[in-house]
Design a binder for this molecule. Structure first.
Ligand code: ATP
Length: 489
């Protein structure tokens, strides 16, 4: 839809700047959203998107510039006041309380639900919104959040943000809402966003999956190094022009290998499918990029963890590591939040950096500096705490931690969550080069584009492998057919 410029924006910031120590995260950014509009916000990791979101949300005060939210006086701007004026935010780092149930978490976000029947009312509120956005979701309000998968937690956060109790929902900011959702859940959400804006709501959609921005947003704003560098109707952009505006290079896709199973010395990993005659065994060969696909939560992560444990992994770095693991849920399995970026990166390399029980600090800094360059980890000092990095940059550190080892097998649990497209393309290339040298990658991904980079793919359904696709047969249609029908690929 086209937005009438005469229409007053629901929210507008003008000339906003923000610095963190030596880092200039935002520099004179102006940004606005109109009623009935979905604005797509894109930019490389560390471009300043989340900082802008925090300013819109009221949790950060800009060093300079003004902010206006319809119906709220500028001098009263705060998180609570913005929420009361209809602004909702779903953050990249999910914020539910893990020890409480879905219903109890809903009640925390909707303080207007009070009285004796609060539990029943909160349960009904969240169930209705989950049913509306993600029909067939299978989430029970009585489940503790810690029991939910990362995708289910993301769904609950999204449904909580869109559900309405005491205040009308007018503007919802979604910071990478599909990063943990498989393609069918992502499609459900994007369709819901279109329905929400058609009814007059407003949405800011941040994503590194440019195809979903192009198909869902009315207008796109591109950020680079803390500034807005391009803005216009979505129809005027393509993936290539967006990538170019973000300052990345469009890289041609590497050729997939037609892998001849066993030709290079037999399997490096295998696991028999027990107790089910229809399930296929898992086998990975030297030098291949093996994808794990299917709907999210159908046993892919469980398989990776059991492969890791069976291969003798114990989550501690050892000299000549046999197998490395890139965690997808960086908060639960990846980051050591109180440690520096450097220490987080070199954790698995310590045996190689140690002599006579002492870490060679110079060597450690040099190895980490090298990986910072290769992965374009944006921080002015590797001594900075890991949590001071943007989400995508934290994920790059976890990737570097695994790739920097000499492990011949690397397991990856949807590792590109939140990584920008330029870096992703570099990493895809890096994986191909390493695979050509004989390394094996087992790669679970919720992004179809990534699944299609693999030489061979196992499709999972209900906890087991139901189909195997190879070479040119690895297509979105075949993966989806097998995900739903099992073996019908
Ligand atoms: N609390 C903080 N302390 C120090 N630096 C910070 C802090 N928050 C953000 N930064 C820095 O500000 C810059 C912008 O970060 P921001 O999180 O806004 O990027 P982003 O565009 O959201 O990136 P991503 O796509 O990875 O989420 C980064 O260099 C980041 O390291």
């Amino acid at each position: 839809m086209s937005i009438d410029p005469a229409v007053k924006p629901v929210i507008a910031v003008d000339g906003a700047s923000k610095t963190f120590g030596a880092v200039r995260a935002l520099s004179e950014v102006s940004f606005s959203v109109a009623r009935g509009e979905c604005v797509g916000l894109v930019g490389h990791n560390g471009a300043g998107k989340s900082t802008l979101v925090n300013i819109l949300n009221g949790s950060l005060t800009p060093d300079a510039g003004t902010i206006h939210l319809e119906g709220l006086a500028a001098d009263r701007y705060s998180v609570v006041a913005a929420r009361a004026s209809g602004l909702r935010c779903v953050f990249q780092e999910l914020s539910l309380c893990p020890n409480l149930t879905v219903t109890e978490n809903t009640r925390i976000m909707h303080s207007g639900i009070k009285g004796l029947g609060w539990r029943r009312n909160a349960a009904a509120l969240i169930r209705a919104k989950l049913d509306e956005i993600f029909p067939g979701h299978g989430i029970d309000g009585g489940q503790t959040v810690a029991e939910l998968s990362i995708a289910e937690r993301q769904m609950v956060e999204i449904a909580t943000a869109f559900s309405q109790s005491d205040h009308a929902v007018r503007l919802v900011i979604l910071d990478e809402p599909t990063s943990s959702l498989d393609s069918s859940l992502a499609a459900q959400l994007l369709a819901y966003i279109r329905r929400f804006v058609a009814e007059g709501g407003s949405v800011v959609l941040i994503s590194h999956i440019l195809s979903e921005i192009l198909t869902t947003a009315d207008r796109i704003v591109v950020m680079k190094d803390g500034q807005v560098v391009a803005s216009g109707p979505a129809a005027e952009f393509s993936v290539d022009t967006l990538v170019g505006a973000m300052g990345s290079v469009v890289r041609a896709r590497d050729a997939r290998r037609v892998f001849e199973a066993g030709a290079e010395g037999g399997p490096v990993l295998q696991q028999r499918a027990l107790g089910n005659a229809e399930a296929m065994d898992f086998v990975a060969y030297r030098g291949e990029i093996l994808g794990l696909a299917g709907l999210g939560g159908h046993g892919q992560t469980r398989t990776l963890v059991s492969l890791f444990m069976n291969a003798g992994g114990d989550w501690r770095g050892r000299r000549q590591t046999k197998i490395a693991f890139v965690a997808g849920d960086r908060h639960v399995d990846g980051n050591l939040p109180l440690w520096s970026t450097l220490k987080n990166l070199t954790l698995t390399l310590l045996p190689d950096l140690t002599r006579l029980g002492l870490i060679d600090r110079r060597k450690e800094a040099s190895v980490a500096g090298n990986w910072r360059e290769r992965m374009e980890i944006r921080t002015n000092d590797l001594g900075n705490p890991i949590l001071s990095l943007s989400g995508g940059n934290q994920q790059k550190v976890l990737f570097a931690r695994a790739l920097a080892t000499t492990a011949p097998v690397v397991l990856m649990d949807d590792p590109m969550r939140g990584v920008d497209i330029g870096t992703k393309q570099e990493v895809y290339h890096m994986l191909r080069v390493e695979a050509d040298k004989g390394r094996t990658f087992v790669w679970y991904s919720t992004e179809m584009d990534e699944v299609c980079q693999c030489d061979r793919v196992y499709v999972f359904r209900e906890g087991r492998i139901v189909a195997e696709l190879t070479g040119e047969d690895v297509t979105e249609e075949r993966v989806l057919a097998a995900s739903f029908a099992g073996g019908a690929a």
